[in-house]
Design a protein around this ligand. Structure first.
Ligand code: V47
Length: 353
């Protein structure tokens, strides 16, 4: 059986077979991924009504791709007070927003409590608001900075009301590429270990992949394979999110934006390799809304959400600083022939629009 026949027969493909899919014609590859997507999700495109909060940009790590953390490229350090964060949360809760996604830089000046107390304040006031917070990179930072094990940090997070883990900080798992783009922060083994521990508590998380910088196709496939292996053991990943690298205001010095052709192929291959991860998110923030919608024909079934404010990718050039209007989102999904389905953070369906 060749690779395409194996995929059509529902069989798992290996590293070499996955890599060889990049040689296929884009539309044939897309059709394969779309077939899989339709078996899993029909014509539904999921989104949620959410708000990102990025409470501080002061960071002890220096990732070359990052334009968000305060540095000589972005000389505007800030740290929000809890009252400021709560004012944002009061506002979003009053407007019926269901998820708050809280991710920060690795700020050594605030104390562990600054990171965690805000979650308990939010949970006490709004028990139904889903808190998706702290990447594995932040958990690793907190563990090192405050001399606690990953288990202890995870326990503190759960006690204080964190519901799920975002997928940030995964970048590219290949050790050589990782050393070049973000040496010093959580390594690949630790990133996966933290998610494994989180899953062992019966909790869900997401997983990202930052691509379109110095990595090669084989590194992306390797990244997907490591995710697939962990998912076989835990089943805890809800969603895979390929993040398209944004090139402005950072230290990587790569000027070309990856082609739409390569992005769509990577989306399609992700859908075919990650046969055990239920959802594939085309994160409109890094791919543009148009390409995220087109990605729905190439394996993706999710767009993330309305977001409202976004600081990490917009600092690097993405047009996402002010989110997207709900009605615009819904109209665009319908215009492309898909069914807009509002979901909660754990992919339970809330409303078909
Ligand atoms: O980990 C930083 C990425 C991530 C750049 O779990 C960049 O649902 C592109 O993880 N170009 C944070 N990307 C965002 C993230 C995320 C976003 C949306 C949903 C979820 C989820 C998670 O942003 C970082 C890093 O990989 N990033 N700089 C850049 N120049």
């Amino acid at each position: 059986m060749n690779t395409v026949e194996k995929i059509k027969a529902g069989q798992r493909i290996d590293f070499d077979e996955a890599l060889s899919l990049y040689e296929m014609d884009l539309f044939e590859l897309g059709a394969l991924a779309n077939e899989k997507r339709q078996q899993m999700h029909d014509k539904k495109t999921y989104f949620n009504i959410n708000r990102h909060i990025n409470p501080t940009n002061i960071c002890k790590d220096v990732c070359k791709f990052c334009a968000y953390s305060a540095s000589r490229k972005n000389p505007k350090p800030y740290t929000l007070k809890h009252e400021e964060i709560m004012a944002i949360v009061d506002d979003i809760a009053s407007r019926g927003i269901k998820e708050v996604h809280i991710v920060s830089a690795h700020n050594p000046d605030t104390g562990l409590d600054w990171y965690t107390t805000v979650f308990s304040k939010i949970k006490a006031k709004y028990p139904k608001l889903h808190i998706k917070a702290l990447t594995a990179a932040e958990i690793h930072f907190l563990s090192e900075e405050y001399n606690k094990s990953y288990d202890e940090i995870i326990d503190i997070m759960i006690e204080n009301g964190v519901d799920s883990l975002p997928g940030g900080g995964a970048e590219i798992f290949d050790e050589e590429v990782r050393d070049y783009i973000c040496k010093g922060k959580v390594n690949s083994r630790q990133w996966l270990e933290i998610h494994e521990k989180w899953h062992s508590r019966g909790r869900k998380s997401n997983v990202t992949m930052l691509f379109g910088h110095v990595e090669e196709r084989r590194h992306r496939i390797d990244h997907m394979m490591r995710i697939r292996d962990l998912q076989d053991r835990t089943g805890g990943f809800n969603c895979f999110i390929p993040l398209v690298y944004q090139s402005e205001n950072n230290f990587l010095n790569i000027k070309e934006f990856m082609t739409a052709h390569e992005i769509l192929k990577t989306m399609a291959i992700s859908r075919l390799v990650l046969d055990n991860v239920p959802n594939l998110k085309a994160y409109w923030v890094t791919s543009t809304v148009n390409l995220a919608l087109l990605s729905q024909e190439f394996g993706a079934n999710d767009l993330d959400g309305t977001i409202e404010k976004e600081s990490i990718n917009s600092a690097a050039g993405a047009a996402s600083a002010n989110g997207v209007e709900l009605q615009e989102f819904i109209d665009q999904i319908k215009d492309t022939g898909f069914i807009p389905v509002e979901r909660d953070s754990l992919y339970n369906e809330l409303k078909v629009w």
